[in-house]
Design a protein around this ligand. Structure first.
Ligand code: ADP
Ligand code: ADP
Length: 232
């Protein structure tokens, strides 16, 4: 479970302190598929960074399975993040000089995992993503949708507690974007992954079973899809 308690994130842009987030409270349970929406500048990316332990709140606390992020040392937080959080970005952020297989293996390299285990795990993930025949390709020869699927495979490699996706369909056309959203839905439904996705796109958000609207750094609405609803 992810909990933010009265989380405020303040940036000092030279002049006035600016609250990108202000006393924000949310709770996300294991197994949820949540979309975070809101206008540009609302604080969505800042929230995702705090939830993922990339940054710390100025006030309040972020708890992941009862572990308070601010109580970890910088080093412990880095380790915690690497083991527990999978990140997916709008622009894929694959390493262009490494093959698909090597990109997906990256999160496993630093741990004491054997070559064979890495190979097996990577192939399993690539198969899940429908990319088993692309393992030896460089990312640049793949379509955007395929690159994003590689990025999702990489995010899942270390078997994280949850997946954070920042505008995962932002660079894709509707068809490719829909494929990614269907894939996330499958990971959620069949593999029981917890997914938190920031998106501008109401159609994308409709795939989630809960939509949290953020505005001016606070929660404006928080809507969970009722059992049996077909749209959000
Ligand atoms: P969103 O993702 O909803 O577009 P962000 O979380 O990126 O919003 O940003 C929220 C607000 O905080 C924006 O006004 C942005 O300019 C500001 N902000 C975000 N990160 C920083 C930073 N590192 N330094 C200063 N201001 C920032
Ligand atoms: P998005 O709108 O896609 O969420 P942004 O372009 O707002 O992304 O932010 C990208 C990165 O830049 C984030 O890590 C954010 O923290 C940082 N950032 C955003 N606004 C500012 C700012 N005014 N000053 C410094 N860093 C910022």
């Amino acid at each position: 479970m992810i909990v933010t308690r009265q989380v405020t994130k303040t940036f000092l842009n030279g002049k006035e302190p600016f609250h990108a987030l202000h006393q924000l409270n949310i709770e996300i349970k294991k197994g949820e598929f949540v979309a975070i929406m809101g206008p540009s500048g609302a604080g969505k990316s800042t929230l995702l960074q705090l939830i993922g332990g990339l940054d710390l709140p100025t006030e309040g606390e972020v708890l992941i399975d009862d572990i308070a992020m601010h109580q970890l040392s910088e080093k412990e937080r880095t380790l915690f993040r690497r083991r527990n959080v999978g990140f997916v970005f709008q622009d894929y952020q694959l390493i262009s000089t490494l093959t698909v297989e090597e990109n997906v293996a990256l999160p496993l390299e630093a741990d004491n995992v054997s070559r064979l285990e890495i190979k097996t795990r990577v192939l399993k993930l690539l198969t899940l993503m429908g990319l088993e025949n692309k393992a030896q390709e460089l990312p640049n020869v793949l379509s955007g949708g395929q690159q994003q699927r590689v990025a999702i495979a990489r995010a899942l490699a270390a078997n994280p507690r949850f997946l954070l996706a920042d505008e995962p369909t932002g660079n894709l056309d509707r068809k490719r974007g829909t494929e990614i959203l269907q894939l996330l839905t499958k990971l959620h439904k069949e593999e029981r992954h917890t997914i938190i996705m920031v998106t501008h796109d109401i159609l994308a958000a409709g795939y989630a079973d809960r939509i949290i609207m953020i505005k001016d750094g606070t929660v404006q609405s928080d809507t969970t899809r009722e059992e049996g609803d077909t749209d959000a």
